[in-house]
Design a protein around this ligand. Structure first.
Ligand SMILES: Cc1cc2nc3c(=O)[nH]c(=O)nc-3n(C[C@H](O)[C@H](O)[C@H](O)COP(=O)(O)OP(=O)(O)OC[C@H]3O[C@@H](n4cnc5c(N)ncnc54)[C@H](O)[C@@H]3O)c2cc1C
Length: 399
């Protein structure tokens, strides 16, 4: 070791499985989880505090994610995907977010918000052209739905396309777009002249298209976030996603991504819990490990309870996803619940770590700051509550 170089801290994570949920997993599920966990320990954990501190997106991770099958695990192998089920997909998201929510954002945007719409709504030519390169990490994609004045209400979007005969002209802008500054393609949602929302594939380098970085984030600092700006961008007609239009199309993508978030949040929660458990056993105050105090035990017991509930919610939701039966409100419930409790667990874990909890020596503060974004993106915490409220009462309370 060179003088003054910080020793690399070992990632000693072990996952809690209080209700033996492993018994519900297949051999393949366990293998997938273990390979992603090893990858996170090897490639993400030793570097993540540095990346986050420097607000650095490690672009080399894109190829590495491609190599381990983190992009589009449920997309058929014929298009370069993993051909796996939704439980495997969930476990991959859980393990990556155990490492960092920003890293999981990169992977879930690519899989659920870029590959999924091309696979579900794209033409055969589009699938062949883009999916294998996105799966391998040769290409990075982003998803542009949110606009500066239309976040929770994307139906109000003003980004638009006008038909010019042999092509469309795209105008407008998108805000808060994960991966955008580094992306090779963007799936953009825009209104046509009749006000119908269409999905289109915009490629880096098209004239009039820029993707400036959004600076100053205190959350998801190892993930890059930016805008998408379109000034009379000429879009060939073959770049329109032909098989589905209307707001339902991007909402289907969000269902898939929110499902991944429900698993990912439990990953972050498990990391906070595991770190707090180990710290509590090692940290001596009043001549005893702090783990011997009832108030610390209460915190740990409640954390484990919520993690176990979240794991069970995820597993059952995964089964329903595999059967094609999971509904939007069911996905909303899992995303909302698991992110809320992950954030609460991060805050409790921060207290258990005392002053050390605010430093990069432990993952807690980074998870906590990350989870603030996760609580808001892909439908805010309150919007998911309103989705559930509508399901329960039949009354829409958005407007
Ligand atoms: C780091 C990050 C990455 C993101 N990545 C992407 C991406 O890749 N692609 C993309 O398209 N978007 C992305 N987003 C955007 C994200 O989805 C939006 O931020 C989110 O939908 C909320 O929109 P908003 O920020 O405009 O908040 P607003 O919609 O303005 O909401 C502000 C507050 O008002 C509340 N509110 C709004 N309407 C109602 C209502 N009817 N009833 C009660 N309360 C209401 C909300 O719950 C919230 O608390 C990202 C955001 C962040 C922070």
């Amino acid at each position: 070791m060179v003088a003054n170089e910080k020793p690399v801290k070992q990632d000693e994570f072990t996952s809690p499985d209080f209700y033996c949920i492993d018994d519900l997993l297949s051999e393949e599920h366990r293998m997938v989880r273990s390979s992603i966990r090893d990858f996170v320990k090897r490639e993400i954990s030793p570097n993540i505090e540095d990346w986050a501190e420097r607000n650095h997106f490690p672009s080399e991770i894109v190829r590495k994610f491609g190599e381990i099958g983190a992009f589009g695990p449920t997309i058929p192998e014929t298009y370069g995907g993993g051909g796996m089920d939704y439980i495997s997909y969930g476990l991959i998201m859980q393990e990556i977010e155990r490492g960092d929510s920003g890293m999981r954002s990169t992977a879930s945007v690519q899989g659920s918000l870029v590959m999924y719409p091309i696979y579900e709504f794209g033409s055969e030519e589009q699938k062949k052209k883009y999916l294998p390169k996105l799966a391998s990490g040769e290409m990075l994609g982003c998803f542009g739905l949110t606009e500066a004045d239309f976040g929770s209400n994307p139906s109000g979007m003003i980004t638009n396309i006008s038909d010019q005969g042999d092509h469309y002209l795209l105008n407008g802008s998108k805000m808060w777009i994960s991966n955008s500054p580094e992306a090779d393609i963007a799936i953009v949602w825009a209104k046509d002249e009749s006000g119908r929302i269409k999905g289109l594939i915009v490629e880096r380098g098209m004239e009039g298209f820029t993707a400036p970085t959004i600076h100053g984030k205190w959350s998801l600092r190892a993930s890059c976030t930016g805008e998408l700006v379109f000034d009379n961008v000429k879009i060939p007609k073959e770049n329109i996603l032909p098989e589905k239009d209307g707001l339902g199309a991007p909402m289907m993508c969000l269902d898939s991504a929110r499902y991944g978030i429900a698993w990912g949040a439990i990953g972050a929660a498990m990391d906070c819990y595991d770190s707090a458990r180990r710290y509590a056993l090692e940290r001596i105050q009043f001549d005893k490990p702090i783990a011997s105090f009832q108030l610390i035990q209460k915190k740990l017991a409640e954390m484990l309870t919520e993690i176990t509930k979240g794991q069970l919610l995820n597993w059952k939701l995964g089964v329903m996803m595999n059967e094609g039966k999971a509904t939007t409100p069911q996905i909303s419930m899992a995303k909302r619940n698991n992110v809320e409790f992950a954030l609460k667990i991060a805050r409790e874990a921060r207290q258990i770590h005392g002053g050390m909890g605010i430093t990069g020596e432990y993952p807690i503060m980074r998870h906590m700051m990350n989870l603030e974004s996760v609580l808001t993106y892909e439908g805010t915490h309150d919007i998911h509550l309103l989705i559930l409220g509508q399901e329960i009462t039949g009354i829409q309370a958005f407007k």
